[in-house]
Design a protein around this ligand. Structure first.
Ligand code: NAG
Ligand code: NAG
Ligand code: NAG
Ligand code: NAG
Ligand code: NAG
Length: 380
């Protein structure tokens, strides 16, 4: 009977084949893994805590009531939905296994359009912790995707962390705050004449850097709205290794079949993901993008476009820029942390159909590793 336990664990893992938000500060309940996009422990759909319950012996992070705390989490796949853009939020409840109605939202912000599902985006959000102490309470992060292609026990992804709020010597003296600050996403519909969409058929090169983790990648994007296809080629951190953080990848996105292939050139392996709906490469509220127009014809922030002017939009910490003199070619997406994607050499041109045909290794892949049951019903 020595094998019984490992087999049981494998069976449980096999059930959660999909993906999407993971929390490590404070550490989430149960298993944790962000080593690949679409990591299994980031897919927890059943509310309020993804069907992972707590017990009094569960690991618990001790935090100071009323203090500021940086919540750190990763959107482990992007499910931006133009039909009704989603949001991410941080909420809190007292109790070992609180009910949905016990949670109150401490912070919330709009989803952003990563223009590619297979992305891993870290967030670090400073919140004010509730001022009441508690021995058993829960800090939760959700990704409310709204995406009908992700509808499997709803479209919301949950991660709960078991915490304890202790009193510090300083806040013991302070009067208790009467109310927690609640931030709701600001829903604006400031359509602006500068709102625009990239050409229907174009190619672009890009550089992506994340200074905090010394990440750098460069690649090429092929985008064709008419045939509903995208292709991305990207080399990460020099491309000499064989992990997602150091290799060269091909991504083929066929929005007709709803399939995205993710091919690792250095290992020769190909993963198949279920795709969400086609997502135009557009900027501004006029096109259902969550970024609001900020300014026209200002100096581009891109180191590759210093002499050029850009139009700007902003969604929370994300600043989006397009070249102002051209047909809405993206120039950059950047964040205050220094992370940025700079786009260069945008060119509107027909793309040879062969660009969008996956290689033979991918064509043989039939097992959809990362798609919701809802997606499987529609596409498999
Ligand atoms: C968690 O607790 C709820 C409520 O008691 C129960 O319905 C659910 O089955 C439990 N889930 C697991 C995985 O134990
Ligand atoms: C834009 O959003 C509205 C609802 O706000 C929706 O009815 C419409 O279908 C969306 N358009 C696109 C292109 O998704
Ligand atoms: C995200 O944060 C984790 C944990 O700190 C880190 O290991 C990882 O490299 C970060 N990834 C990205 C893409 O920033
Ligand atoms: C995209 O998928 C459709 C539907 O399965 C298929 O007919 C078409 O050949 C695919 N396109 C490419 C470029 O692979
Ligand atoms: C990845 O590289 C390591 C060390 O170079 C090697 O041991 C391993 O077999 C490689 N894995 C694959 C899947 O190629």
């Amino acid at each position: 009977m020595h094998l019984a336990f490992p087999l049981f664990v494998l069976f449980i893992l096999g059930n959660g084949v999909y993906t999407h938000i993971c929390l490590w500060a404070p550490m989430q309940r149960g298993q944790f893994d962000i080593s690949t996009p679409g990591a299994h422990p980031c897919y927890r759909k059943i509310g309020p805590c993804g069907n992972v319950n707590s017990s009094s012996s569960s690991p618990r992070t001790s935090l100071v009531a009323g203090s500021k705390y940086k919540v750190e989490f990763q959107q482990n796949l992007n499910h931006y939905y133009t039909g009704k853009p989603g949001a991410l939020d941080i909420s809190f409840a007292v109790g070992l296994n609180p009910a949905e109605g016990d949670f109150h939202v401490l912070h919330s912000f709009s989803d952003y359009n990563a223009m590619n599902q297979i992305t891993q985006t870290n967030f670090s959000v400073e919140i004010d912790l509730p001022s009441q102490t508690c021995d058993e309470c829960v800090l939760r992060v959700r990704y409310l995707s709204n995406n009908p292609e992700e509808d499997d026990h709803g479209t919301v992804f949950h991660q709960c962390s078991d915490v304890k709020l202790t009193q510090s010597s300083s806040n013991a003296l302070k009067p208790k705050k009467s109310e927690e600050k609640t931030e709701k996403p600001i829903v604006q519909h400031n359509e602006d004449p500068h709102d625009c969409c990239a050409p229907e058929s174009y190619t672009n090169a890009f550089f992506h850097i994340i200074p905090a983790i010394d990440y750098h990648s460069e690649g090429l994007i092929f985008y064709d709205k008419k045939v509903q296809q995208m292709r991305v080629i990207v080399t990460v951190n020099g491309g000499r290794g064989n992990t997602t953080f150091d290799s060269t990848f091909d991504m083929w996105m066929n929005f007709t079949s709803g399939r995205q292939y993710y091919y690792n050139r250095n290992t020769g392996s190909c993963d198949l993901y279920g795709l969400d709906y086609w997502n135009d490469w557009c900027f501004g509220n006029k096109y259902n993008q969550t970024e609001d127009f900020v300014a026209a014809d200002v100096k581009c922030t891109s180191p590759y476009g210093k002499t050029r002017n850009c139009n700007q939009w902003r969604n929370g910490e994300f600043l989006f820029e397009t070249l102002s003199e051209s047909a809405c070619f993206p120039s950059s997406i950047s964040r205050p942390s220094g992370e940025r994607i700079d786009y260069i050499k945008g060119a509107a041109a027909p793309i040879p159909p062969s660009t969008f045909v996956p290689n033979s290794v991918c064509m043989k892949q039939t097992k959809v590793k990362h798609a919701s049951v809802g997606w499987m019903r529609m596409h498999a």
